[in-house]
Write a protein of this length. Structure first.
Lengths: 168, 168
């Protein structure tokens, strides 16, 4: 396959491929370095969600703290950096929940999900191109927002449903 | 924003944007027509999963029946067409579960999730560039595959966790 586009966040490869089973097809694949997302859970069970403008949808989207894995970083290192940058916290306990594939039909991104607890203040260094509001939310209220279609982000829905299972 | 790439499945727009709150940033956005995914549930509670090769990851991925919304289709019409094309079934009952956003940071795709029950045979017309294996799977076994990291697809994980909530 040939790289047909190179941007700051992803590149695109395109080509005619022959797949197992004999299928021959043109595929356009988005190449992405991978992401991490963190479900921060307070001692009282509230979860920390962020709200930010997403240009792709032209609206505010409620999500977990999350971001791209930088070159040379492990997913856990990226998770610790993103939690510090986006909400100004460190966490004593990190638990890997799942790794999910957001769009397997055309994109190679993976998102590794962590659950973080035991917070301590750390220096917040938001990206200059991000403006983020932080909201501590009871789990039940967050799940209501999912049911109402007001939380739609896939990684956030997965993490909240997993947290519900754990709480039951 | 300017279209900088146009492919069969998505296109890309790029540009310097000024967002609410005053952030100015270059954004690359993948424009996609939207997708649907269907959780087919048999009377005995087994769910129907499919297994197909995904070029983006170079491996077989277990997913729900799913696909793109064609021009002029509603999400429900697309769901009915995809269920027929991918597994050769019609369904009497369709329930909309959620709409999820797979990658809000750089892609405008939405995935509308349905739960389908009450099946009847229909004509299977797979796309010539798809080769699909169908597997009827008890819900508990499917959730075990999620916990083991063998089901990673985001829409599939969401639908299975919702089905577990309903079964509890």
């Amino acid at each position: 396959m040939k790289t047909v586009y190179r941007g700051p966040v992803f590149s695109i490869e395109s080509g005619l491929v022959r797949e197992p089973g004999g299928v021959r097809a043109r595929r356009d694949i988005i190449r992405h370095s991978g992401s991490v997302a963190i479900l921060p859970v307070h001692e009282d069970g509230r979860v920390m969600l962020i709200r930010q403008y997403r240009c792709a949808y032209g609206k505010m989207v409620i999500e977990l703290p999350a971001g791209r894995i930088d070159k040379g970083e492990t997913p856990l290192q990226a998770g610790k950096r993103e939690l510090r940058e986006e909400v100004g916290l460190g966490a004593r306990k990190w638990e890997r929940l799942l790794r999910i594939l957001p769009s397997p039909g055309f994109c190679d991104e993976t998102v590794t999900l962590y659950r973080a607890t035991g917070f301590f203040p750390s220096v917040s260094e938001p990206d200059p191109d991000e403006r983020i509001e932080i909201r501590d939310t009871p789990l039940g209220a967050a799940l209501d927002l999912v049911a109402q279609g007001r939380i739609e982000d896939a990684k956030t829905v997965v993490a909240l449903l997993l947290e519900k299972q754990r709480a039951d």
